[in-house]
Design a binder for this molecule. Structure first.
Ligand SMILES: [Zn+2]
Length: 242
């Protein structure tokens, strides 16, 4: 009896560590081999806003004062890549927010943290390393190359990372993310910048915050008021399509 009790306890402990896939008791389990792990469809880029990889490895792998957080990858300033969570698993990097029709960004995305204190430029070695990783992820997981966004893009009221110094143009020249063509003319009268922002993917619950995120990404500044160049950029992005 005691032995059965301890076996049950062991089973409970093992169960707690590695839960079985839930099978809905409302239906008869008739498993099919024709399935695979879910694939993410979006990549979210972050800056750690900490002082070192060592500090971030601690933050991203412990209970952490502000609650547990993680990311799939962390890239050092020297370009060294760490993987903390498997691609097929749901890391806790995005938090609340949305992008286009995606309302649970953690569920749908890969999170990449870049070791950066929030004020320093991103070294070439780090960006080169990121481009190698993006190439791998977009090829292997079939994530659309345009679907690379900033944490600030999906959570503009809460986040500013990876920040105004992140080289989005260089990423776009390598084929990742979106960047407006310089040649596109200003938009016609009646052009609706809010509709364009929404079509691009931005949430619009707080418009000033959304404009700030848009400026961080496309203008390298953090003002909250749209100007003529913003309208031209939005027109160009709208014309290119997703
Ligand atoms: Zn972030």
């Amino acid at each position: 009896m005691r032995r059965i009790g301890s076996m049950l306890l062991l089973a409970a402990l093992v169960g707690a560590c590695a839960p079985l896939p839930p099978r809905n008791p409302l239906a008869t389990w008739a498993p099919s081999p024709n399935h695979e792990l879910r694939r993410p469809i979006l990549i979210v880029l972050h800056a750690t806003t900490q002082d070192s990889v060592r500090e971030s490895l601690e933050t991203l792998r412990t209970r952490n004062g502000g609650g547990p957080v993680s990311a799939h990858y962390l890239i050092g300033r020297d370009g060294h890549r760490y993987q903390l969570v498997a691609d097929s698993e749901r890391a806790w990097h995005a938090g609340s927010g949305s992008w286009g029709t995606i309302s649970d960004v953690n569920n749908a995305s890969i999170g990449i943290e870049l070791d950066n204190d929030g004020n320093a430029p991103f070294p070439d070695a780090q960006i080169d390393s990121l481009l190698v990783l993006l190439e791998d992820l977009c090829t292997r997981l079939r994530i659309p190359r345009t679907q690379v966004i900033a944490h600030a893009d999906m959570a503009p009221t809460r986040k500013v990372d990876p920040g105004r110094l992140f080289p989005w143009r260089r990423l776009a020249e390598a084929g990742f993310g979106r960047w407006p063509a310089d040649s596109v003319e200003p938009p016609p009268p009646g052009f609706d910048p809010w509709l364009a922002l929404r079509l691009f993917g931005y949430p619009l619950e707080d418009r000033a915050a959304t404009v700030r995120a848009f400026h961080l990404r496309f203008r390298g500044m953090d003002s909250e008021v749209l100007d003529d160049e913003d309208l031209r950029i939005l027109h160009a992005l709208t014309r290119e399509g997703p």
